[in-house]
Ligand binder design. Sequence first.
Ligand code: F6P
Length: 368
Amino acid sequence: MPDPKEIKNIGILTGGGDCPGLNAVIRGVVRAAVNLHGWTVTGILDGFDGLIDAKARNITSKDVRGLQARGGTILGTSNRGNPLHYPVEGKNGIVYKDVTGKIITNIKKLGIDVLIAVGGDGTMKITQALFEKGVPVMGVPKTIDNDLKATEVTFGFNSAVSVATEALDRLHTTAESHHRILVLEVMGRDSGWIALEAGVAGGADVILIPEIPFDVGTVCGHMSERRRTGSRFSIVVVAEGAFPEDGGKMYEKEPGADGSPGRLGGIGHWVAGQIGLCTGAETRTAVLGHMQRGGTPTTYDRILATRFGVEAINHIALGYYGHMVCLKGNKIVCKKIKQAIKEIKHVDPSGQLVKTAEALGITMGRPD
Ligand code: F6P
C-alpha cells in the first residue's frame, strides 16, 4: 500500500443505482484532494465498467463547480455486470469470468494511486475484493434504501423519503375528494425504511415493509373499520419488497440464473386489488419508482455527501485503505469495508419507530 506522502492521483467511480448526493461526494473529493494535498483526480466513467474498458477523464476543481445541487452522477454508473462474475462471449455463448485482473492493469495504466468507490453493498463487495488483490481503496456508502448497517445514515435516503412524503401529501387530497383508498408503492428491496419514515411523516394508515410479512385480512379489517367509523378515504404505503405472509416478493422481472437480482414491482397493485375485493371500496395505485432516486438532493443529503467526500480524502491522507467512511453520532469515522458490509440494516419490527407508527393507529399488517 502506498505511503500517503507518495500519492499523486486519486481515482473515483460511482457504482450501483444512482441517488441524490453522488455529485456532492465527487465535488467534496475533488476539492479536498486539490486544495488540501495538491492531488489530481481521475473520474472513472460508468462504475466498474469504466475500469474494465479504461474509460476515464481528469476532473478539476472547476469541473465540480455547483455540483452539490445536481442529482445523478456526472461520472455515470452501472448496476449490472459484476467484475468478479462478468459476462464475456465464449465459444459456446456467454460465460462468466473474473475480470478483476483487467481492472488492476487499467488502474495502473490510468496512474491511479488510490481508488475511491462510491456505492452500496454490491459496489463495496467488489471494492473489498480489489483491496484483497492489493489495490488501495476507500469506500463511500450510498443507497436510498438506507440499508447499510455500518453507517447510521446513507446520503440519498433523506431525499428519497422527502419525495415519498410529498407524494403521500398529494395522494391525501385526491383520496379525500374521491373517497378512495390510495396505495403508494415505494422503493425498498429488503428494508422498509423509506416506507416507514415516509408513512409516519405523510400520515399513512397502513405501512407494509419487507421486515413484517403482512396479513391481507388485517389490512382489509383496518380499512373497513376506518370506513365504519367515518373515515371515507385511506392511504396505504407499501415497500416494493413487502410480501404477504403466505406468499413471496413480487417481481416485474424474476431474478436471473446468473445471480442478477431481478426487478421488484407489482405489490402495490396487488394490495390495492385485494383491498378492493374485500372492502368493495374504490382503490387506485401509484408507483413512485425512480422519482425517488432522481432530482436535487435535500440540504441534509448535500451536507452528508460533501462530508463523506472530504473525509474520504482526509482518511486516505492518514493511510486508511480498505476502509469506508461512515456516520457515527455526528462524526464521520472510518470502518473496515470487510466489517462494514457484513450486515444489512433492517427495520426492527419491535423497534421504536414501528411502535411510534402503531401508537398513531397505523397498522403494519401484522396478523391479529
Ligand atoms: O437499491 C436501491 C434501489 O432503489 C432498490 O430499492 C430498487 O429495487 C433498485 O434500486 C432498483 O434499481 P434499478 O431499477 O436501477 O435496477
